[in-house]
Design a protein. Structure first.
Length: 197
C-alpha cells in the first residue's frame, strides 16, 4: 500500500512538472507594460471627452472707465510729473550720500555703530565656539599611548586653545571699548543716544 501511494505521488509530481514545462511562460514586464499602455490610452480618451473649463471674468477683462480729463491738461501734467520723477531719484541719491558722510546725520552714526556691533557679534560667536572646544580638548582620549603620553606632558593643543581664547577675549573687549568711545564721540557731536542702537 505504501508503494502504491509513493508511485501516485511521483506520477503527480511528474505530470505537474510536464504541465509547467509545456505552458509558455509569460513575461511579467509585458503584462505590466500592457496595463500601463491601457491606462495611458484611457486617460487620453478622458481628456479628449472632458468639458472645457469656463472662463472667469475679472476686472482686467472690462475696459477702464471712460471719464477722462481733457487731453491737453493731462498731457501737460504727465510731462511735469515725468520731469519731477527723473529729478527725484538723483536728488535722493545725493541726499543719501551726503547723509552718510555728514558726521551730524543719523545715517552716519547708525552705519558706524552697525559696523562695530556686527564685528562684536562675530567675535563673540567665535569666542563661544573656542570656549566650547576647550573642554573637549581637555578630556580628549587618544588611542595611541605615545600620543597620549606626549599630550599629557606637552598639552600643546590645550595651550593653543587657551591662547586663542585669551586673544579673542581681548578683541571683544577692544570692540566694546571702541563702541563706548564712539558713543562719547557722538554725544560730543550732538547726536541722539538712540542712534547707537
Amino acid at each position: 500500500m505504501r508503494l502504491k501511494t509513493l508511485l501516485k505521488i511521483i506520477a503527480a509530481v511528474l505530470l505537474l512538472g510536464l504541465a509547467a514545462w509545456a505552458t509558455p511562460a509569460q513575461d511579467p514586464q509585458d503584462q505590466g507594460s500592457d496595463d500601463v499602455a491601457a491606462a495611458a490610452r484611457k486617460t487620453k480618451d478622458q481628456q479628449k471627452n472632458a468639458p472645457k473649463p469656463k472662463k472667469v471674468l475679472t476686472n482686467d477683462d472690462f475696459p477702464a472707465s471712460t471719464s477722462t480729463p481733457p487731453a491737453t491738461d493731462s498731457a501737460q501734467q504727465n510731462k511735469n510729473d515725468g520731469q519731477a520723477e527723473a529729478a527725484a531719484p538723483a536728488d535722493d541719491q545725493k541726499k543719501d550720500q551726503n547723509e552718510e558722510d555728514d558726521p551730524k546725520s543719523e545715517k552716519y552714526w547708525r552705519k558706524k555703530f552697525q559696523d562695530l556691533h556686527d564685528k562684536l557679534d562675530h567675535a563673540q560667536q567665535e569666542l563661544d565656539v573656542l570656549q566650547r572646544e576647550l573642554p573637549k580638548a581637555e578630556t580628549q582620549y587618544y588611542s595611541d599611548p605615545q600620543v597620549a603620553l606626549m599630550q599629557q606632558h606637552d598639552r600643546s593643543d590645550i595651550n593653543n586653545k587657551t591662547s586663542q581664547i585669551d586673544a579673542k577675549k581681548k578683541e571683544v573687549d577692544a570692540l566694546k571699548q571702541q563702541i563706548s568711545d564712539l558713543e562719547d564721540e557722538m554725544r560730543k557731536a550732538g547726536g541722539d543716544p538712540g542712534w547707537a542702537r
